[in-house]
Design a protein. Structure first.
Ligand code: FA5
Length: 359
């Protein structure tokens, strides 16, 4: 080390030279033991909180005022130089480490590909839809499709929702398009109109699909799935409706859960009812999922209103029919005992992977 004699500025200059010399020595040693860790150690030694450059910076405080700027400049230049140099060495050390790792762990691209261990699974809503469609096909129903983005006419007006009728507010509609005449369908009942305007009676149709409402809680999601079903023929009555619903329930849940019909209003059916199933989670005792009622609402049903037949050009004196619309996600929720409907749409692989490949 230098003696550090002379003016304080000379002393600083001499300490800077010492540090540079020391660094040169350390860098020579580093070349034989190059590693990111060794470079990091040097950084701490010179630039760290207790490092040599930092210590030199501290000495500035005790220098005479007129020498501080020049000494400060020299120390700052030293620091910048060291930072630059050590950064170059850090990069060199990382490249070196990568190169070493690549030569040590050589990749044999001629090895056979590892086969995946797990088998993919179907989404619970897809499973449920398949179960439902299989059963309805057995009962002689045809599967139909309809638009998710639709005109107000098909979703509301032709289904006997009057323009100013409060029933339009029952379904929290997503409106799009000019003057809100185009919407995301709020239910699959729009397919009743599309089908009847094209097909002649008799009809036996089921139509699953995505539906949209501005709604979200444990048992509601903004996008959900419904399955619509309707039968139109001469002489169709509520007994036919009950027979079909019983068959569908047996297919999905077995027989041990209680069901109930509650009189309810839907403008497109008369009489209309809501269809509840005993809560699968608490078996009717009352819990968070069923909001302490013991029941979960699956959907609505009823005898098709004559005004709907008029809207599609069917003879309402000749034909009668029934219709139903159930939430497929709700059915999946009950069938698989899910506590929160929203789980179905969060894309969690661990959750989705637990369902059987086949229903
Ligand atoms: C309807 O949508 C009627 N179109 C059903 C209908 C069809 C009645 C034919 C008569 C004749 P509702 O708004 O109650 O009805 O919805 C039916 C079912 O869809 C509900 O019982 C529920 O199972 C499901 N559902 C409704 N909103 C949501 C939502 N936000 N998230 C998940 N499922 C929902």
């Amino acid at each position: 080390m230098s003696e550090g004699k002379g003016s304080p500025l000379q002393e600083t200059t001499s300490k800077v030279a010492d540090i540079q010399l020391g660094l040169q020595h350390d860098l020579d040693a580093l070349k034989t033991q190059l590693s990111p860790r060794a470079v990091e150690d040097l950084k701490v030694k010179y630039l760290g909180r207790k490092g040599q450059v930092t210590a030199l910076m501290e000495t500035l405080k005790s220098l005479p005022k007129e020498e501080k700027p020049a000494a400060g400049k020299i120390i700052n230049e030293l620091r910048q130089k060291l930072e630059g140099e050590l950064e170059i060495w850090r990069q060199k050390a990382e490249d070196h480490a990568l190169e070493q790792s690549l030569t040590q762990h050589k990749l044999d691209i001629s090895l056979p590909v590892q086969t995946t261990t797990g088998q993919g699974s179907l989404h619970p809503v897809t499973l449920m839809r398949r179960v439902l469609l299989a059963e309805f096909r057995r009962l002689g129903f045809t599967v139909y499709d309809g638009p998710e983005v639709d005109l107000d006419f098909y979703n509301f007006s032709a289904l006997n929702f009057k323009d100013d009728h409060p029933a339009r507010d029952m379904q929290d509609t997503f409106f799009i398009g000019e003057r809100a005449k185009t919407i995301l369908r709020t239910h699959t009942s729009n397919i009743q109109i599309h089908a009847m305007m094209v097909e002649q009676a008799p009809l036996r149709i089921v139509a699953p699909g995505r539906t949209y409402r501005c709604d979200s809680d444990l048992t509601h999601t903004p996008m959900f799935h419904q399955i619509e079903g309707f039968v139109v023929d001469e002489g169709i009555d509520m007994g036919d409706m009950k027979g079909v619903i019983d068959r569908f329930l047996k297919a999905v849940f077995g027989q041990d859960l209680a069901t109930r019909l509650r009189p309810s209003f839907f403008p497109f059916v008369e009489p209309g009812a809501e269809f509840d199933l005993q809560c699968v989670a608490c078996r009717g005792k009352g819990c968070r999922i069923c909001k302490q009622t013991g029941w979960l609402e699956l959907g609505g049903l009823g005898m098709i209103h004559p005004n709907v037949f008029e809207a599609v050009g069917y003879d309402s004196d000749r034909y009668t029919g029934f219709a139903f619309g159930f939430g497929i996600d709700r059915i999946a929720m009950l069938r698989y005992g899910l506590a929160d409907l929203r789980q179905l749409f969060e894309g969690n692989q661990q959750f989705l992977g637990q369902f059987p490949i086949h229903p």
